[in-house]
Design a protein around this ligand. Structure first.
Ligand SMILES: [Zn+2]
Length: 451
């Protein structure tokens, strides 16, 4: 330690931990060593340190922090924290460097307050919480130090040096000389920073595939034209058990495309991300995901999930890409006006990929722009049921209107099943069987036994 520097810190009302910081001390033990020579603020003056404002004296706020975390009712296994410091701390730092310069002292390395704070505070907090610090934890303790008493000093500084409010203290000081800076603050006051503690969980994202076995459940919650009647939705079915597990305020469903309310989602299901907001409890470990799986699937009859996993924000890109680019496999039950036979089924299966021209369907005209979209039917497989009914399974490009491909929508979709088989067709049931990036990935769904 440089004795001149140490004396300067202590004589200017700084604490012994700040003296170590300005000496570039890297040994954590030295920061933790005996402080009995000093008052409760670790300074000669028995006032809060003029450099760290008492922030490096965690004994004074450890209990408060602990109690605040406990009373916030969060459940957590580990934690990380984030610290913010009041602007005055940066100002005082530069002011002290000015003092050093005028005394002919040149601190070679200075340790940041935030670093020392973490070294000395984290082990103490870990001990009282009986939890481990984990830099990857989803549970975050936000520690904000504020100092309202110092606001006037900061304002005075900003007006004295004619800088803009948004400019950082460090940027401004680059152009200020030491004499002017020190002269500006002849009587440096001792302020005590106040601590504000808030806990939060990072948003939790659970990805998976959902299957929807009902034709009465929409994907997202909706009400009928302002009617108070709100139907159940996939989002509601997934949210109800999840909100309980995570003690969260709610969930938002993000999915790779959507199906109409009367369309079931079968087979492998549709990829989704469930965004769990303001969780108060953690999900960690493989078993917990398995638990979640059975909790959701046993909570309702209509919506089931598979392939659940915890993901990060970057997974949204995957879901978005899938929405645009993935092929879809559908199963339809079709009524034909004219009697049909197995020959018709063989004919449909023998067709090469079809290029469709789809004008915006009449049923969605009110919410979609009017244009002709080029879509593809890559492969079809027909199953004869009786003279007037058959099941058709098909693979289409994303965004193809399947109902219109069947009945032609007054010849707005060309070609159509109506045109191919030469008589009036109607679609009675539509189900989605799966999504995939290429034909090979989904082809088996054309023949697979579903349910
Ligand atoms: Zn200090």
């Amino acid at each position: 330690m440089n004795p001149l520097l140490t004396n300067l810190v202590l004589n200017e009302g700084g604490c012994f931990r700040c003296a170590l910081r300005f000496s570039g001390e890297l040994s954590i033990n030295n920061y933790l060593s005996d402080t009995s020579d000093y008052s409760s603020f670790l300074t000669k003056t028995q006032n809060p340190c003029t450099l760290c404002l008492g922030i490096l004296n965690p004994n004074s706020y450890l209990n408060y922090t602990h109690n605040t975390i406990l009373s916030s009712n969060y459940e957590f296994n580990d934690y990380k924290f984030q610290v913010t410091l009041p602007p005055i701390v940066y100002l005082r730092h530069e002011w002290f460097l000015g003092k050093c310069k005028l005394s002919g002292i040149n601190p070679i390395k200075i340790i940041e307050i935030k670093d020392v704070f973490k070294w000395i505070f984290s082990p103490q907090l870990g001990l009282v919480l009986n939890k481990k610090f984990n830099v990857d934890s989803d549970f975050r303790i936000n520690i904000d130090f504020e100092c309202f008493d110092s606001e006037e000093e900061v304002k005075r500084f900003y007006s004295e040096f004619g800088c803009r409010v948004k400019e950082s203290v460090q940027t401004v000081f680059k152009s200020v000389n030491a004499e002017r800076l020190v002269a500006c603050f002849p009587n440096v006051k001792s302020f005590l920073a106040e601590i504000k503690v808030q806990c939060s969980y990072a948003p939790v994202y659970i990805a998976g595939n959902y299957m929807k076995y009902s034709r009465k459940i929409s994907q997202s919650p909706w009400s009928v034209e302002g009617d108070a009647e709100v139907k159940d939705s996939v989002q509601d079915c997934l949210s109800r058990p999840i909100v309980e597990v995570f003690k969260s305020s709610g969930c938002i469903l993000h999915s790779s495309g959507r199906e109409d309310i009367d369309v079931r989602m079968l087979g492998r299901g549709r990829p989704f991300i469930l965004e769990i907001t303001e969780a108060k409890s953690a999900l960690s470990g493989f078993n917990k995901i398995n638990d979640l799986h059975s909790i959701i699937n046993s909570s309702n009859e209509h919506v089931k999930v598979s392939l659940l996993k915890k993901v990060g924000r970057e997974y949204f890109e995957e879901i978005r890409k899938g929405e645009e680019g993935k092929l879809k496999v559908y199963s339809c039950i079709i009524w034909s006006q004219k009697p049909i036979s197995q020959t018709d089924m063989d004919y449909l299966a023998s067709l090469p990929a079809l290029e469709l021209q789809q004008k915006t369907p009449i049923r969605v005209m009110h919410r979609r722009s009017l244009k002709t979209r080029q879509k593809f039917i890559l492969k079809m497989q027909g199953y004869y049921i009786n003279q007037h009914f058959f099941q058709l399974r098909l693979v289409s490009s994303g965004g193809t209107y399947i109902k219109e491909f069947v009945h032609s929508d007054f010849n707005r979709t060309v070609p159509s099943i109506k045109k191919l088989l030469g008589c009036k067709m109607d679609i009675l049931q539509l189900d989605v069987l799966g999504l995939g990036w290429n034909l090979e990935e989904v082809e088996d769904l054309l023949t697979a036994e579903i349910e």
